[in-house]
Design a protein around this ligand. Structure first.
Ligand code: 4NP
Length: 157
């Protein structure tokens, strides 16, 4: 059975679509695409239906990664669908965990900060690049590239 992976940030137009794109690129390169179902979502709904932010799409494309996903808001049922939910920061973590209301049907998905997988970075949160300059987008891609490499090492059987 394919493992289902969901990346989550606030708007689903910068960090989590980038994580989804990097993950997809890596599983393609490793020829293990059939082992995974990959998606991303935002805890907020302001950008639903939109492509990723142009600045993030350009930064990713310059690394050979095309971001094609459209923003959607996370739903309660995602917590039952996905095996791993990787969030970008602690606000996202709290927002996702606050969706767990049902004591009768326990949630089995592993909900973790994506940078908990990083060996290189001292940071525990992926900084929100939305109101900053282009450097912020490059930084996000660097952090995600490293953490996702380690994530894959951990979850590929
Ligand atoms: P993201 O970045 O959570 O990485 O997609 C943001 C995108 C939009 C907003 C905030 C963060 N916003 O306030 O609209």
């Amino acid at each position: 059975m394919a493992k289902k992976i969901l990346f989550v940030c606030l708007g689903n137009i910068c960090r989590s679509p980038a994580a989804e794109g990097i993950f997809n690129q890596k599983i393609k390169d490793k020829d293990v695409e059939n082992l995974f179902v990959v998606d991303s979502a935002g805890t907020g709904g302001w950008h639903v239906g939109n492509l990723a932010d142009r600045r993030m799409r350009e930064a990713a494309l310059s690394r050979g990664i095309e971001l094609t996903s459209r923003s959607r808001q996370i739903e309660d049922k995602d917590l039952y669908e996905f095996d791993h939910i990787l969030v970008m920061d602690k606000d996202n973590l709290n927002a996702v965990k606050s969706l767990i209301k049902d004591d009768i049907h326990p949630v089995h998905s592993k909900i973790k900060l994506i940078l908990s997988y990083s060996k290189k970075s001292q940071l525990d949160e992926v900084p929100d690049p939305y109101y900053g300059g282009q450097n912020g987008f490059e930084k996000v891609l660097d952090l995600l590239d490293d953490a996702i490499e380690e994530l894959l090492e951990t979850i590929i059987d």
